[in-house]
Design a protein around this ligand. Structure first.
Ligand SMILES: [Zn+2]
Length: 198
């Protein structure tokens, strides 16, 4: 970790030395966009979308799921920073398809260490001690990618704190081709409607 820390500090020193126009960026995203996507390390958000630094809010969590905290960020993004076009981007090969909440809770009961996946599924490399707390968290895993993104868009669309006027587009990013495919049934759910104002 010390080596990584040194690498990061060295890279940042070079970045800060060349820092200039970035300080002119306004706090509200220039393109009025907020995107909810997965934390997956293979998604290079700016290159995938062509958006630039300062254009968009990027809200990332495991799976790009519409959790309470994702909703919190989206509502702040609109209420104080004026974003008025939202998107949800999931991706192929997402880790959230590779385990269930029950599996996660069971593994955490006996070990907090990184699990191993083999032909028989997930297992702990050791039983060094865990916690029952995993049973109290909704891990928001899924097994049907289309259904999952439809559920996320629907939750945002129907949330009482989200204005009906904001369009919510839905995409799945293919980590093998680099292509962003629109999920039409989910984008249809995210279409703007009459303002409810209730
Ligand atoms: Zn993912």
């Amino acid at each position: 970790m010390a080596k990584l820390r040194d690498e990061i500090l060295a890279a940042n020193a070079a970045y800060a030395a060349a820092f200039g126009d970035e300080r002119k960026l306004a706090t509200p995203p220039a393109r009025g966009v907020a995107v909810l996507t997965c934390m997956d390390s293979r998604i290079d958000f700016y290159r995938v979308t062509g958006l630039k630094l300062g254009d968009a809010h990027i809200i990332r969590n495991a799976g790009g799921r519409a959790s309470d905290d994702a909703i919190r960020s989206l509502v702040i993004s609109h209420k104080f920073l004026g974003t008025n076009q939202w998107a949800v981007i999931h991706h192929t090969g997402c880790g959230m398809e590779m385990f269930t909440g029950e599996t996660m809770a069971r593994l955490l009961e006996t070990s907090l260490g990184t699990a191993i996946r083999d032909g028989e599924g997930w297992r702990n490399p050791d039983e060094s001690g865990g916690s029952m707390e995993g049973h109290y968290i909704d891990w928001l895993t899924y097994d049907d990618p289309i259904k999952a993104i439809c559920i996320d868009v629907a939750r945002i669309r129907n949330h009482p704190l989200v204005p009906r006027s904001i369009p919510i587009d839905a995409f799945i990013y293919d980590v093998m081709t680099g292509r962003l495919e629109e999920v039409r049934e989910a984008s249809a759910i995210g279409r703007p409607g009459e303002p409810s104002g209730s």
